[in-house]
Design a protein around this ligand. Structure first.
Ligand code: DCM
Ligand code: DCM
Ligand code: DCM
Ligand code: ZN
Ligand code: ZN
Length: 236
């Protein structure tokens, strides 16, 4: 996602934190966040091109072999080096710190929180589990209305941008409030299921990745070959 997507994901997520989590997150946030997790959720994108952070760039996605519409941890996350592996890793760091004060010395838990919150957003962007050959849609040149772009950016930024203009008075907070209402009154059964994870699992990113590649195949890649014009089909 671009900045708006990450901000919305984190703003909505922090509304579901338990009191204990609110306290722990507040302690870890850098001062400039001013107590808002959402304020730091784009940080991993801001630093990923700097030489000392280059190693994090491949942790934003988990692509599948071309035309494979399913996800497999051992195949698509070699050496745990992908978005699902990163979610397992940073969840482990944060959970071990809550049990063992030594971890506070070994890990930078402020960074762990910012990475985890960002990658939990990225894993739900369908094309962050796109095909390896086109780099998750980055190599598929398309038009969004009359603007030249690529398929990945359409899903990271442009769908959200167009929806903001068309339905939400160009206001991100209006869109977030609309989503919060949907979550409360329309999709409340789903919200319950998102809070659960199999017993003995530290995190459950594998089903999220499976859902994303399924959606990528069903929606993002459908009718989106190179050179096509997308948009004008926006109905929410
Ligand atoms: N991005 C950013 N700051 C930067 C570089 C990129 O906010 N210095 C954003 C713009 C792109 C997004 O990152 O839309 C792509 O990152 P990804 O899709 O990995 O989250
Ligand atoms: N995995 C991991 N760290 C964890 C839990 C799981 O790296 N704490 C990885 C190793 C498994 C993969 O996830 O190969 C799939 O695990 P599962 O099928 O149990 O979700
Ligand atoms: N990306 C992806 N799969 C790849 C390469 C990149 O999903 N194989 C994502 C990461 C960024 C966006 O595409 O969100 C743009 O990549 P970059 O920022 O590396 O140019
Ligand atoms: Zn992206
Ligand atoms: Zn990212």
């Amino acid at each position: 996602w671009g900045d708006d997507g990450h901000y919305a994901v984190c703003k909505i997520a922090q509304g579901y934190f338990e009191e204990e989590t609110v306290v722990a997150v507040k302690k870890l946030l850098p001062a400039y966040a001013d107590g808002e997790l959402a304020a730091v959720c784009s940080w991993p994108d801001e630093i990923k091109r700097l030489p000392q952070w280059k190693w994090t760039a491949a942790l934003h996605f988990a692509d599948t072999p071309d035309d494979k519409c399913n996800y497999d941890y051992s195949r698509d996350c070699p050496n745990d080096w992908c978005v699902t592996g990163a979610i397992f890793n940073y969840t482990n760091q944060l959970m071990s710190a809550s049990k063992d004060s030594q971890s506070i010395v070994h890990y930078n838990l402020t960074e762990a929180l910012m990475f985890l919150s960002h990658y939990m957003g990225d894993i739900h962007q369908p094309l962050h589990e796109g095909f390896l050959g086109d780099l998750g849609g980055n190599k598929v040149k398309v038009n969004w209305y009359n603007q030249e772009t690529n398929l990945h950016r359409v899903w990271d930024d442009m769908i959200i941008e167009s929806a903001l203009e068309k339905y939400y008075n160009s206001s991100l907070s209006v869109m977030i409030h609309a989503l919060q209402d949907k979550l409360k009154y329309g999709w409340s059964n789903d919200v319950w299921s998102w809070g659960s994870c199999q017993l003995n699992q530290t995190a459950c990113p594998n089903p999220y990745a499976s859902e994303s590649i399924d959606l990528a195949c069903k929606y993002a890649y459908t009718n989106a070959t190179a050179g096509t014009t997308l948009g004008g089909i926006l109905t929410l």
